[in-house]
Write a protein that binds this ligand. Sequence first.
Ligand code: NAP
Ligand code: ZN
Length: 349
Amino acid sequence: MKNVKAYSAASATAPLASDTIQRREPTETDVSIEILFCGICHSDLHTARNEWGGTVYPVVPGHEIVGRVAAVGSAVGKFKEGDLVGVGCMVDSDRTCPNCREGLEQFCPNGTLTYGSPDKHTGGVTYGGYSESIVVDERFVLRVPENLDLAGVAPLLCAGITTYSPLKHWNVGPGKKVGVVGLGGLGHMAVKFAHAFGAHVVVFTTSPNKKEDALRLGANEVIVSTNPDEMQKHAGSFDFILDAVSADHDINAYINLLTRDGNLTLVGAPEKPLEVAAFPLLMGRRSLSGSPIGGLPETQEMLDFCGERNITADVEVIPVQKINEAYERMLKSNVKYRFSIDMSSLKSE
Ligand code: NAP
Ligand code: ZN
């Protein structure tokens, strides 16, 4: 085992603080990665503060990891020392269930999340990317295109794939009117992808000051969702709406905006259950669904697509010492549009 610097939360109410964790010695199929940047996902905050329940402390969040390969095990074929790589929300799965066999590891009933899952190597729990380095089986390591800004690549590993996957699944493309609710880390990536896929993109935001940015990111229209008149103008017109809101809100208002057979997919995961009225769903044969991250093949496809189209997240780069401030700003919807931690800042701890 190797001692590694990290930032962890010791309880639901404790701020994140400097800590030392242990990483396993690489096995023959492992890749040892020096972490360069790690994005801050709202899921990190939900978990650190135990908003979903079940958090094991201390927790080291972080599942938007980009780094450089420091060493590889003897049986590793895909990577060599010096390669640029990424790690997202998963570090293992059973590899044998029907989901894994289809490359849909996100649905594996025996998956291992990047942080907070039982760690079969150490006997403890897994620790995430708010750390100097990580050791991951090569199967769960992604290739990162060399041409992209690395601070902006990190968020692709969660915010990127979580929005890319449902947009693909629901055939978002030319001729489709698509809504994105919430212009945060996930939302702004959804706008970039839906625009790149050729759809007509409408952003719903509670923050009027994000209007210009939304247009710059690729939206065709922006609606301030607190204005009922603006909302009403779009009733019954959307083929697809992606809801990326992190807190309680009225989803019935959005279901009403769907066309017949339209779909609203939730990627946001608020702490409290959302209320759903029956009639808006019944009357248009509309549907409501959800989507978690994405499997390994699709995550690689998304990264390659971003390399070809020069797509990255818009990031505010921070040193690790600013994490707690960043969490507070994220709660106020005040980040443009993802925090990315420069992990070299850990060296001074
Ligand atoms: P984020 O950057 O904080 O963005 C959330 C956005 O939601 C905010 O920017 C804000 O947008 C809007 N919002 C916040 N509070 C609101 C409220 N009370 N009412 C209406 N709108 C509100 O968060 P994120 O990292 O993108 O994550 C969003 C959610 O997705 C979180 O719950 C996270 O846990 C979840 N998530 C799910 C998956 C998955 O696999 N499905 C993966 C990653 C994250 P405006 O300012 O534009 O209104
Ligand atoms: Zn995430």
